[in-house]
Design a protein around this ligand. Sequence first.
Ligand SMILES: C[S@@+](CC[C@H](N)C(=O)[O-])C[C@H]1O[C@@H](n2cnc3c(N)ncnc32)[C@H](O)[C@@H]1O
Length: 187
Amino acid sequence: MDTLVYMLNFLKDKNVASITPTSSVGVRRVCSKIDFQHENLIVEYGPGTGVFSKYLLDRMGQDSRLILIERNRNFKSILTKKLDDPRVIIVHDSAENVLETLRACKESEADYIISGIPFSFLDHDLKHRILYNTHRALKKGGKFLVYQTCFQTNNHLKVHLKKYFPQVNSKYELANIPPLRTYEAIK
Ligand SMILES: C[S@@+](CC[C@H](N)C(=O)[O-])C[C@H]1O[C@@H](n2cnc3c(N)ncnc32)[C@H](O)[C@@H]1O
């Protein structure tokens, strides 16, 4: 059901960008960079129908918090109905406003920011505004974990990540439609 709803939104909103939600293998691969032994503040850009959000909530401690920033109104409504959990805050906004969102949630810096928003669709200024604000929103040592389609060249994202983050690792994950390119950028 979720996949059908997701596909219908894909047809109506180009920013949804992928035809199906991320596979469970893709979710596990991206989240393998998270240390769930500690209490964390995690921010997710573009949660869609919540495949990452659900996985995170199942593993996060009781004092951890998850802030979801989703610009598609239908997805925001689906998430609100689906995720009835006191650790979650769901915000209908765009990723570049992450600093204002953290302030409104009375939080300062995140341990992890996860993102599936389509960076290759963004113009240069918006891409850099999101990266600059994301870097500011993270703690020292915090991680920006990004998943994109595998068709991206380094010029789409990696070179831009390197302008802000001293360490950027990237890998491919084939068990997804389409295959993913994942990034781990460490502040
Ligand atoms: C590729 S989909 C990923 C959806 C979901 N996380 C998953 O893995 O199945 C991209 C998501 O990012 C959202 N999105 C696109 N641009 C955004 C932005 N600037 N700020 C917040 N969300 C955005 C879309 O609405 C969509 O939910």
